[in-house]
Design a protein around this ligand. Sequence first.
Ligand code: ADP
Ligand code: MG
Length: 320
Amino acid sequence: MSGEFDLIRRYFSAHSLSRSDVELGIGDDCAIVMPPPNTRIAISTDSLVAGTHFLATADPAWVAHKALVANLSDLAAMGAKPAWVSLALTLPDNNSTWLRQFSDAFFQLADHYQLQLIGGDTTQGPLSISLTVQGFLPLEQALCRHQAQVGDDIYVTGCLGDSRAGLELILTPPEQTSETTHWLEKRHYFTTPRVEIGQALLGYAHAAIDISDGLVADLGHILTRSQVGAELDVTLLPISSQLQQWLGDETLARQYALTSGEEYELCFTLPAHQKALIPELAKRFNTQITAIGKITAGAKLHLHQKQQPLHWSVTCYQHF
Ligand code: ADP
Ligand code: MG
């Protein structure tokens, strides 16, 4: 792309913070980094494509935030501490307004987590953003999907369902907007990666996943990988008053909570004897953490309403 070097310098290399473990950042053929001794590196890549993951007309700050949260949330779900990120950017044109807003929002969030941009690639084509994040894990600990055990309690952070409602409002703008509809739209783009909670769960939680495809689908990955089942009480699902108000129906709100994708909350399993950790973490990180069910023997997910079995057929979000 013409003016590529100027673009990289102007919007990216000039703004990234300098970590002491980065020997060589943007500007050479490769970055050179040095993890602390006795540290393992967790790596994850996520791509966002205009038209599939966001509207090409979406606010560039929202898009930057969403792209980075999707990646940070994967580190959070392993219990890893963010360190480095690379950015592969495909742009239809050199739009300075878009780039400025994108890069400002990108660094605002990256800096908050001490995440240094160490390299990337810039090409011309249909708008898409691909990030690779790397973070640190101690030698013996990680929050994997395959370690849930029968008897574990299942928890989720935050509230569920808002992201799907926000997406519906973005795709089909309401005739009358309100504080509630604005709040829900923002909840779709400005989710919070639970990075600190993930790290605090290391050594305590058995299994964890971030909710990107919907609770039922993502908890399903834990169950499959751990070869266990689960019981969820849908009346325990944490639902915001805004979602409840917008949908005007409690049953529907619970179904949203079960299926809403791109929530970037954590779902984790914890042995019952570690219960006391939860109120402590909720207080320390000022975040709601809710017990929603239990890991069981067998391979199925059963939904209950109080003690009554439910037979809802819920479908989670899939890009294809
Ligand atoms: P090469 O031709 O060796 O791949 P590039 O011209 O693609 O190098 O990139 C030059 C430098 O700028 C490299 O250090 C690369 O990592 C970095 N870079 C390119 N695009 C971006 C971007 N969007 N964000 C951050 N760094 C970038
Ligand atoms: Mg290149």
